[in-house]
Design a protein around this ligand. Structure first.
Ligand SMILES: Cc1ncc(C[n+]2csc(CCOP(=O)(O)OP(=O)(O)O)c2C)c(N)n1
Length: 655
């Protein structure tokens, strides 16, 4: 049965003339034992909520997954798709893509991410089991991780977090083949992975990854463990390939016709390319249907459970918000209208989180060791840890990358909406995971506070300058930068409603006035930008655009311009992405047609031309910040109402 995986991997890579045969051939025995004897799944229903998750963290070995899906009888994975490996529009892209190929639990390829996603999946599993009971939620998360996955720094954050949280249903199979692209691992690595994982609180052992009995015994033992498990499976990369097997030559290119013929002989595999002998295919298909009784029994338990409990579970798994949510947003807004608050947007976020997390029990908060600074733990939210998986706040430790990747896994698992906290400048430490959340269209919400030079004394290492632009460059990521407490609430609402992609909330450390007065049921941030303060008449000659803390500066500048008899309007731009996605007419109406467009943002200009035009004026940062009280920094870097007025006057004095 394992040779069927090997043959398909060799043939598909050969036909595509690109791809990675080495991993599928080497890990075929491990995968065969796992899928035919342990993994709880049903090929007929790849999305069944209580299935075990299997994450191929080493995404370059995608043919392992595709071969398994075909052999096991996943409906859409036909032999025609295997033959179209790596072709445009096929179900068999170069690296596994979640949402594209049924059965792919997460998009992998960037090494280390899948392993860290799996930690999030295992957290979500324990959490939901604590809430809904083992009858509804009780599954394992398996990972196949390569040497490269374990060399990546993110694997340290992920393994340490998993060990700390005692995620005993997480089982990592390490494809311990000692080979990477450059050659033997000894060129660059001498870590004892078993000791390393043991040190992080895992159960770890080494086995022969080509011995089915040893593989089965190790998985069976791991299932009983009170800790997460690492099984280092010693394998031969490209197992069966006579000259390239065991070397980096099997890693990432087609083996060639002669090598494949010789490998077939060595493996005793005489079937022609892409053909699986009927008896072997039958065995595989039987394995694919093995989990059907378990799935049906689960469905029966679900149907027999308390109707409210059942409905709530299904709502959460569908990712639908409940009716209380909209009511809470309205209530908080009404309060802010009655009693305006001049507070930092990070504090406004905390105030919003109280009622929002009360309305939405699926929200799971956290912070990378900056809880008191990010304000992401509303009062009363208990900690999720090994002693209480029902808690809802995760102390991720100083592990921004692991946090962001774990959140992706939680969102992929379903049933929870994860949100996190760190400083905006450390979005760089999360970026690879944010990018994948965007690519996969996952709803994760990253609260990123201390969002400009406005953080003051911590100085340029901590002051984001290019991060807003860099985040805005990621497709399908919404970057929100609200200007006051009302916008903060509206941006939270939009982020929670964005169930097809991630959001960043860039929030201030410093207090800001509440600019939105009165009660407006409509979410004005929904268009991405709106006219916050209109010109006195219809003929504004200056449009002032700003985000976050600089909106108040634009409002002050408008008042000063009025003193110069210059009519100006202020447009708040809490979200570029929503504005740029709006219909042309609406966008044009918000941007307007004043003679002079000026943008104010305590970041770099990049990206603003789409709104103010290349001839617009930008008041912001051109280099790194400095350490000092924030009011002095705004003066020092010229981000003031007076500078905005001067810029407007200079522009208007030109013909
Ligand atoms: C973050 C990241 N860096 C680099 C790569 C490119 N890359 C793909 S596989 C690989 C290493 C291959 O070694 P290993 O992980 O042991 O896999 P094997 O050769 O055993 O299949 C590298 C560097 C990547 N996919 N992701």
């Amino acid at each position: 049965m394992a040779n069927a995986i090997r043959a398909l991997a060799m043939d598909a890579v050969e036909q595509a003339k690109s791809g990675h045969p080495g991993l599928p051939m080497g890990a075929a025995d491990v995968a065969t034992v796992l899928f035919t004897r342990f993994l709880k799944f049903d090929a007929a229903d790849p999305a069944w909520p209580d299935r075990d998750r299997f994450v191929l963290s080493a995404g370059h070995g995608s043919m392992l997954l595709y071969a398994l899906f075909y052999l096991l009888g996943y409906e859409r994975m036909t032999i025609a798709e295997i033959k179209r490996f790596r072709q445009l529009g096929s179900l068999t892209p170069g690296h596994p893509e979640h949402g594209h190929t049924p059965g792919v639990e997460t998009t992998t390829g960037p090494l280390g991410q899948g392993l860290a996603n799996a930690v999030g999946m295992a957290i979500a599993e324990r959490h939901l089991a604590a809430l809904f009971g083992d009858d509804m939620v009780d599954h394992h998360t398996y990972v196949l991780a390569s040497d490269g996955d374990l060399m990546e720094g993110i694997s340290q954050e992920a393994s340490a977090l998993a060990g700390h949280l005692k995620l005993n249903k997480l089982i990592v199979l390490h494809d311990d083949n000692g080979i990477s692209i450059d050659g033997p691992l000894t060129l660059a690595d001498s870590v004892d992975q078993v000791k390393r994982f043991e040190a992080a609180g895992w159960a770890a052992r080494r086995i022969d990854g080509h011995d089915p009995a040893a593989i089965a015994a190790a998985i069976a033992a791991a299932q009983q463990s009170d800790r997460p498990s690492l099984i280092a499976c010693r394998t031969t990369i490209g197992f069966g390939a006579p000259t390239k097997g065991g070397t980096e030559k099997a890693h990432g290119s087609a083996l060639g016709a002669d090598e494949i013929a010789a490998a077939r002989q060595r493996l005793g595999w005489s079937a022609p390319a892409f053909e699986i002998p009927a008896a072997i295919l039958e065995q595989w298909r039987a394995a694919g249907a093995r989990g059907r009784p378990a799935r049906l029994a689960w469905q029966a338990r679900l149907a027999a459970s308390d109707p409210q409990h059942h409905a709530e579970f299904e709502r959460r798994m569908r990712g639908e918000l409940n009716v209380m949510f909209a009511a809470e947003v309205r209530a908080v807004k009404a309060k802010l209208a009655q009693a305006p608050k001049a507070i930092a947007t990070r504090s406004a976020s905390e105030s919003a989180l109280g009622p929002l997390t009360a309305a939405l029990p699926e929200m799971i908060g956290g912070s990378a060791d900056l809880t008191g600074s990010n304000n992401t733990r509303p009062k009363g939210m208990t900690v999720l840890d090994a002693a209480d998986y029902a808690g809802r706040f995760i102390h991720y430790g100083v592990r921004e990358h692991g946090m962001a990747a774990a959140m992706n896994g939680m969102a992929l698992h379903g049933g929870v909406i994860p949100y996190s906290g760190t400083f905006l400048v450390f979005s760089d430490y999360c970026r690879p995971a944010i990018r994948l959340a965007a690519l996969m269209g996952q709803r994760v919400i990253l609260v990123m506070t201390h969002d400009s030079i406005g953080l003051g004394e911590d100085g340029p290492t901590h002051q984001p300058v290019e991060q807003l632009a860099a985040l805005r460059a990621i497709p399908n990521l919404k970057v929100f930068r609200p200007c006051d407490a009302v916008e903060t609430l509206e941006c939270w609402q939009l982020a929670l409603e964005s169930n097809n992609g991630p959001s960043v909330l860039a929030l201030t450390r410093q207090n800001l006035p509440q600019l939105r007065q009165g009660f407006d049921e409509h979410n004005r941030c929904a268009l991405g930008a709106y006219e916050l303060v209109a010109a006195e008449d219809d003929s504004a000659v200056v449009s002032l655009f700003a985000t976050g803390s600089e909106v108040a500066i634009a409002v002050a500048a408008k008042a000063l311009l009025a003193g110069h008899k210059i009519s100006a309007r202020v447009v708040s731009v809490p979200c570029f992405e929503l504005l740029l996605a709006a219909p042309q007419a609406k966008r044009a109406a918000v941007i307007g047609s004043a003679r002079v467009n000026i943008a104010v943002e305590a970041g770099i200009r990049q990206g603003w031309d789409a709104i103010i035009g290349s001839d617009g004026t930008f008041v912001g940062m051109t280099g790194f910040g400095a350490s000092g009280p924030y009011q002095e920094l705004y003066q020092h870097f010229g981000i003031t109402a007076a500078k905005v007025v001067a810029a407007a006057l200079a522009r208007l004095s030109k013909p």
